[in-house]
Design a protein around this ligand. Sequence first.
Ligand code: SF4
Ligand code: FES
Length: 372
Amino acid sequence: MSAPKQIFKVTIDNITIDVEQGTTVLQAARKIGGDVAPPTMCYYSKLQGSGGKCRTCLVEIAEGSKADPRPMPKLMASCKTNVMDGMVVKNITSQKVIDARNGVVEFLLLNHPLDCPVCDQAGECDLQDLSYNHGKDGTRYEFERRTFEKEDIGPHIQLHMTRCILCYRCTYVADQLTNQRVHGILDRGDHSEISTYISKAIDNDFSGNMIDVCPVGALTDKTFRFKNRVWFTKSLNAHRNCDKCCGQVTLWQRGNEVLRVTARKDEWNEVQNVDGKPGWICNDCRFEKKKTSDWVIEGETVINRHSVMAQGKYPGLIKPKETIADVMSGRQPKLLMDIHDVSDVNEPHIDLSLIQGAATSKTFDKDSKQPT
Ligand code: SF4
Ligand code: FES
């Protein structure tokens, strides 16, 4: 019988927790949660061997362990560093980490096309979130950005290599989830690219999961491309009996139309576990079942990560009281002023609902009698 694992104490951003021996700093930080958990672009807890590529998750090890409290001389990748008993880690409390992360974002964006306005991943893109939180306003890069032709990876997936950050997650999916690996990373350095060997199409039951693990818009669902912006869609949890996968998905609808089907995601933007196993979904569920009648709808998806998709879906949202009676505990106001009486902005003769397009300063021009 193997010996029970030791319990280590680790302090991250001044919060101390107990974790099992063998836990990484990142896993320990995720147990604390919130901003204490470093951002990740390549690590994916459901994919063996992932991590150690992007350096987004760097942290400062201020004290190595109880036995040897010397600090580690360099910032460490938290996804690849195991905790030691008595270790003291700084993430958001370290200026060095914040500066380094800004640098990492600048590197990740060196060759990125910054085409968020036309990219299907916008709104659910880890790189977009990362650059908002840690990026700089401008770039110092003056050279031509590398570009690649778009490539079809099988009938349902398009690879837009120009957006790829070489996190390797999709190649791990190909290795670990599908029964034949026909795509990988070719070449080195600036020339590295994801490619199907000799443009072989990936056509197996679980290849669509590459779309879900891609942190940027490099791998997109061809059945959803350019159909809608994710923040305009309504996400619903649904399930069906499937003999290939867990059949538990999120449907993304506009009106009653199912625009796309994805696996369910957790707060780290990773595929959720279902019955203790990663809830990967098969291509049939993802690409072929696009009618609500194919699914048993469970209810609205709770999006518990910070994202534009979460707009209007924050758990525990407290709506302000809207009527005067509610606000005043049933009493009536003594004096009720009409906003038009006290404001020069909203002229009473302007009927806002009649304005064509967006209101401009001309709309409220005092001499204007007609909506413009
Ligand atoms: S295509 Fe996406 S998942 Fe694959 S390496 Fe590039 S960024 Fe990562
Ligand atoms: S998430 Fe740790 S190096 Fe990429």
